[in-house]
Ligand binder design. Sequence first.
Ligand code: PEP
Ligand code: MN
Length: 325
Amino acid sequence: MLIALNDDITAEQKQRLAAGIWRRLQQFETVEMNGKTVLDVHGIFPETFRGEFERMEGVEAVFAPDAPLVCNVEPTRFFDKFALIAGPCAVEPGDGLFQLAQELKAVGATALRGGAFKPRKSPYLFQGLGLDGLKILKEAGRAADLPVVSEITDTRDVELFNEYVDIIQVGARHMSNTPLLKELAKIGKPVILKRSPTATIEEFLLAAEYLFADGNTSVMLCERGIRTAEPATRNTLDVAAVPVLKTLTRLPVFVDASHGTGFAELTAPMSLAAAAAGADGVMLEVHENPPCAYSDAAQALTTDAFSRLIKQIAAVRAALEVSYE
Ligand code: PEP
Ligand code: MN
């Protein structure tokens, strides 16, 4: 955003303007352009900022040549109420997912998750059931009347995911895989985009911008913890990212407290914190028998614990009168 200053701006007006920009965006550069003094403000910010600066004394004009679409365009919403996406980390062999899906639906889940292509840290760990996993997930979701969510890890699988899932998850490891984002933008299927543990909020939103830029506005953001110096939790759940993202964009913002903490007992308090912070939904790993989960056993909830948590989330939202149903 470029803020051109009046030639006769007073020192006091200039100081007020600088303080206003600094308070909101923490940075700007003063440059000379065609004989005019211009403040060059970098980064991502909501369209409303433009109007605010236009009205400030000493400002001649504001230009936003590269305003990002994610900040200004109304997204297409997949969920029409608070989303409760639940299911195992990975789809496992057997028919356990059918029973689990029925139970999740009965207690109030609004979507079923399950990874079929798992991005594990070691090649010797369970890698997922691949296409068979997608088939099981689709069937289990259909039987329980739940839309299904699964993570894509390879651009070559876009057509497959288009056929088998209702929402395509782009995992933290692929947030900045721009060829993948471009392909997903083309097919227009709803996408849950997870934040990379090393991404700033601006980088996260610019990844979403890749989807918007090629015409896919059905995008949901998911905070799932960032990497910090703190080893007590698997990641550091950045709950503040929820209100920050919600001031910058109208995209639904979800929180995954399972990967965000790494421990089942921490997922409830952090999901409640997410609800209180204004999240539009949560994603949680739930398993029919957590200690035996093929992956991420320590962070999996039982259906009972998930059911209790849903009630607490509803109570928090009611107490705070969160408006987005
Ligand atoms: C997952 O949801 O199964 C997953 C691997 O999450 P993330 O990409 O956030 O690590
Ligand atoms: Mn997992």
